[in-house]
Design a protein around this ligand. Structure first.
Ligand SMILES: Cc1ncc(COP(=O)(O)O)c(C=O)c1O
Length: 389
């Protein structure tokens, strides 16, 4: 590593609290599916900046929208109307489609989840929020109190009251007249890319309806096209009353959304939710451009097509026990090895991927623009891998 990179690492480690396990990489530039370190090395980014850069790094449309917006107005709050906010919200709801009707715009996945929990409790007048073991919903207090992955939940010496974290098979039967909501990720990404079976989702939603509780899908990772459809909601005809989105929604500019059905929207009153920066013009400019690119470049179909291709090729490898997930949200379960070891190997081949809370599952969450030849570069590298620890 060069001297400049070392200085950056030393400075950041000195002045930023060390709350992240970091790779020894300084990445100051990205284009499309590639990022570049201080020494000029080019990496194929199958980590997607943690499932965030949906349209790739620095998509020209997103950059241009940000530049134009920055010259017009950087910020004004929700106390006034904004053309770009109106356009972005309209586009978002058009892509989400019925039964989703309106959105609350916020800044992060945790914040969107926090508001979904708060709204479900307010509208039902109940306290209990059920979530799943092995789930990840964020780091704020409510979202963390819903998080089942143990190394994160360990930070909570005093969880917010009312949260119940249950094993999947116990959820449906535990829903009762005290339940405000069930909050779940349809594919538990951090938990090792486990997809919840459709039948179980149907049972959970059925019992939520029977008892007047809300079903909330945390689609912070599965949403915005990553699994091949704009939302996972609707798969198998299951439409939760609330859906949260973040990560890829604005290609890397902080933004998130809580989508609700008309029935829920009609019960929300002025003052129920709010955020200074939620729906900020700059975030909305990035969101609008991101959503336009998704549509114009047919990225949902690309995510499904390249995702299927990767799955098919990966499943043929002798040491791959299972390929999990959908579209470009994939987990590779390694027989007799660790994701950390495979991740290190891939970095030597200038490819970035992610680990998960399951030590044997490597995660792929690349930009949705990933092309077939880029998938082949990765496949060529991984075919020469031998599992280890
Ligand atoms: C499924 C899921 N929900 C919520 C979050 C929290 O999002 P944020 O870090 O933007 O608050 C994440 C972040 O990784 C996530 O993967």
């Amino acid at each position: 590593m060069g001297e400049i990179a070392n200085t950056v690492i030393e400075t950041e480690d000195r002045y930023q609290l060390k709350t992240y396990a970091k790779l020894p990489l300084v990445l100051d530039r990205g284009r499309g599916c590639y990022v570049y370190d201080q020494d000029g090395n080019e990496y194929l980014d199958l980590y997607g900046g943690h499932a965030v850069v949906s349209t790739g790094h620095c998509h020209p449309r997103v950059v241009e929208a940000l530049r134009t917006q920055a010259e017009d107005i950087l910020f004004y709050s929700n106390v006034v109307y904004s053309s770009v906010r109106a356009r972005a919200a309209k586009k978002l709801m058009e892509l989400a489609g019925p039964p989703y009707w309106q959105a609350f715009l916020a800044n992060s996945g945790s914040e969107a989840n926090e508001n979904a929990i708060k709204l479900a409790r307010a509208l039902t007048g109940r306290a209990t929020v059920i979530s799943l073991s092995n789930s990840f919903h964020g780091r704020t207090y409510g979202s963390l109190s819903s998080t089942g992955v143990s190394n994160y939940a360990a930070y909570l010496n005093t969880p917010v009251p009312g949260h119940r974290i249950l094993d999947l098979q116990d959820v449906a039967e535990s829903i009762d007249s005290d339940t405000a909501a069930v909050l779940l990720e349809p594919i538990q990404s951090m938990g090792g890319m486990e997809e919840i079976p459709e039948q179980t989702l149907r049972q959970i939603h059925g019992n939520c309806r029977k008892h007047g509780a809300f079903l909330i899908f945390d689609e912070v990772q599965t949403g915005v096209g990553r699994t091949g459809s704009f939302l996972y909601a609707g798969t198998g005809g299951i439409y939760p009353e609330m859906v949260t989105l973040a990560k890829g929604i604005a290609s890397g500019v902080p933004a998130s959304a809580l989508l609700v059905t008309r029935e829920v929207a009609d019960q929300v009153r002025s003052g129920d939710m709010g955020a200074t920066f939620g729906g900020a013009p700059v975030a909305c400019a990035a969101m609008e451009a991101t959503l336009q690119v998704l549509e114009e470049e047919d990225l949902l179909r690309n995510a499904a097509r390249i995702g299927n291709y990767l799955r098919e090729q990966l499943e043929a490898l002798p040491w791959v026990a299972e390929v999990r997930g959908r579209g470009l949200l994939l987990g590779i379960k390694i027989a007799g090895g660790t994701a950390k070891h495979l991740g290190r190997f891939l970095r030597t081949r200038k490819i970035l991927a992610g680990t998960s809370s399951d030590p044997s599952v490597l995660r792929l969450m690349p930009p949705l623009i990933l092309a077939r030849d880029q998938a082949d570069t990765f496949l060529e590298a991984i075919r020469s891998y031998e599992p280890g620890h």
